[in-house]
Design a binder for this molecule. Structure first.
Ligand code: BG6
Ligand code: MG
Length: 213
C-alpha cells in the first residue's frame, strides 16, 4: 500500500513549465537556435545545466564553460523575473484539494524536484507548509531520469519505494520514478507519458482513493 506521495514541482503543482520555456526561448532566439514547444518537452524535468547542453546541441557554435555559465546565469535571472510574479493563483487546479485529502488520510508528502528554485516557488505559492520534506536541485547529484531524487525522498519519509506514489509531468521524471521502483501518476498528455503507471490530463477532481490500493 501507498503511504507517501512525492510530487514533482514544475508542471505538476505550479504552472511554471511555461515560464522555463519562455526563459529558454529568449536564450535560444538570441543565439539563433531554433527551439519550439515540442523541443521543450525534452527539457522538462531536466536540470538547468543539462537543458542548456540540449539547446546548444541543436546549434552549430562552440561555447566555452565560461560562456555557458553566463548563459545559465542569464536564463535563471530571466526565469526569476517571471517567477517572482507568481502567487497562490498559479497553483494548478486540484492540487490543494489533493494535498488536503492526503493530509486527512495521514499520508506523508515530499517534494522531488530538479529545480534549485523549488523552495522559493513553494513559498510564493503558499504550498511550503504542506511538505514534510523537500528534495530539490541543490541536494541531488544525479538528475532525472536517474532515480536519486525520488529515492532520497522515500528515505526521508522513512518509506520503501513500493510505498511511495510519484506525480510527474515529464518523461524524464516518469523514468526516474520507475527506475526508483515507484508507481507514478503521469500528469499530462498520454502520448508523451504512456510509460507511467497511470496517466491523467491534470489533477482537477483527482482523488487518491483509487490509486493507493
Ligand atoms: C525542473 C523543470 O523541474 O527543474 C526544468 O522541469 C528545469 O525545466 C529544472 O530546467 C531546473 O530548474 P531550475 O529552477 O533550477 O533552473
Ligand atoms: Mg515537472
Amino acid at each position: 500500500t501507498i503511504k507517501g506521495v512525492i510530487f514533482d514541482l514544475d508542471g505538476v503543482l505550479v504552472d511554471t513549465a511555461c515560464l522555463h520555456y519562455e526563459a529558454w526561448k529568449k536564450i535560444a532566439d538570441k543565439l539563433n537556435i531554433s527551439f519550439s514547444e515540442k523541443d521543450n518537452e525534452k527539457l522538462k524535468g531536466v536540470s538547468r545545466k543539462d537543458s542548456l547542453d540540449i539547446i546548444l546541441s541543436q546549434g552549430t557554435e562552440y561555447f566555452s564553460e565560461g560562456e555557458k555559465s553566463q548563459l545559465l546565469l542569464n536564463k535563471n535571472n530571466d526565469y526569476l523575473t517571471l517567477v517572482n510574479q507568481i502567487n497562490k493563483n498559479d497553483v494548478l487546479g486540484g492540487v490543494v484539494k489533493l494535498i488536503e485529502e492526503l493530509k486527512c488520510k495521514g499520508m506523508k508528502i515530499s517534494l522531488g524536484s530538479a529545480s534549485k528554485n523549488a523552495r522559493l516557488i513553494l513559498e510564493l505559492t503558499g504550498l511550503y507548509h504542506y511538505f514534510d520534506y523537500i528534495v530539490d536541485g541543490n541536494m541531488v547529484v544525479k538528475a532525472k531520469p536517474a532515480p536519486d531524487v525520488f529515492l532520497m525522498g522515500a528515505e526521508l519519509l522513512g518509506l520503501s519505494p513500493s510505498e511511495c506514489l510519484v506525480f510527474e509531468d515529464a518523461q524524464s521524471g516518469v523514468q526516474a520514478a520507475l527506475a526508483a521502483g515507484m508507481k507514478v501518476v503521469g500528469v499530462g498528455e498520454y502520448a508523451l507519458l504512456h510509460q507511467a503507471t497511470f496517466v491523467v490530463p491534470n489533477l482537477i477532481g483527482f482523488s487518491i482513493e483509487d490509486y493507493i490500493k
